[in-house]
Design a protein around this ligand. Sequence first.
Ligand code: UGA
Ligand code: MN
Length: 310
Amino acid sequence: MKSLLFSRFLLLLPWVLIVIIVLDIDSSRAPLPALAPRGGGGSSGGSRPAAGRPPPERRGPEAALPTIYAITPTYSRPVQKAELTRLANTFRQVARLHWILVEDAAARSELVSRFVAAAGLPCTHLHVPTPRRYKRPGLPRATEQRNAGLAWLRQRHQHLPPPQPGVLFFADDDNTYSLELFQEMRTTRKVSVWPVGLVGGRRYERPLVEDGKVVGWYTGWRADRPFAIDMAGFAVSLQVILSHPKAVFKRRGSQPGMQESDFLKQITTVEELEPKANNCTKVLVWHTRTEKVNLANEPKYHLDTVNIEV
Ligand code: UGA
Ligand code: MN
């Protein structure tokens, strides 16, 4: 009788062990919160580590990736929240991306603050207003906002010991970004470049590449630009940003369409550029522009019974 019980026990033991192991694996695979696959957002001027982000030891191979810092200038208008929503939906799918959202405003708006808090990705929310005299058609946009983003980045990193692997790029809030673009720019050593779609009055603009080097520009607009490239067409390593602490966007003497060249001239040369996107033959970002909304039937005074944020 005793030996029968013992043999039954031996028969069951492996199965019990298997069940225990399976349960254990399942519970260690903690489900990610639906809204925050890469951790919650940190608003405010600071950069507290995002709540909900997995601890370093669980981040696995992601931890080895250089952080991508995306500086996005943004301003209040009817389509702002729609633009930011599209952008966040893209950025949320990119590993180790830190969004530096810079409002063109004298103070942080409630709309953007709320948006950032719920965006579900690491985010630093800054603001700086464009002086009134620069808010005119034909003048470069977002100069002060991009500089505020650069200043934040330099301040955050200047006291940290090297190496600080990171890549910076300027992500306007209305463009369209493929996920492949982030894979390409992640390996930027100094300054990398790639084609941009729907820009310069052509289907695309692109750097011309020979033997792996940029030798010129395919463009239909102001071909005399030293770097005939849109803001969406390049990325810069954090090391280059830190080792050129004075490189900024300038208002003085700046002409339309020259911001990119004026900035790149301060940090690199054409010979040094690293072509991405299969030697600059693939369009992975589009300079889309959102149509101005028709608000012709919007009442002068608030008529609805509730206040709705759009
Ligand atoms: C083109 C370039 O793609 C921009 O990078 C460049 O800043 C701009 O020209 C320029 O003229 O300076 P475009 O589509 O004409 O872009 O410009 P917008 O998309 O209207 O503005 C660029 C960025 O600046 C956007 O992220 C936008 O939200 C922001 N912006 C625009 C402000 O923060 N404040 C403004 O008053 C206008
Ligand atoms: Mn734009």
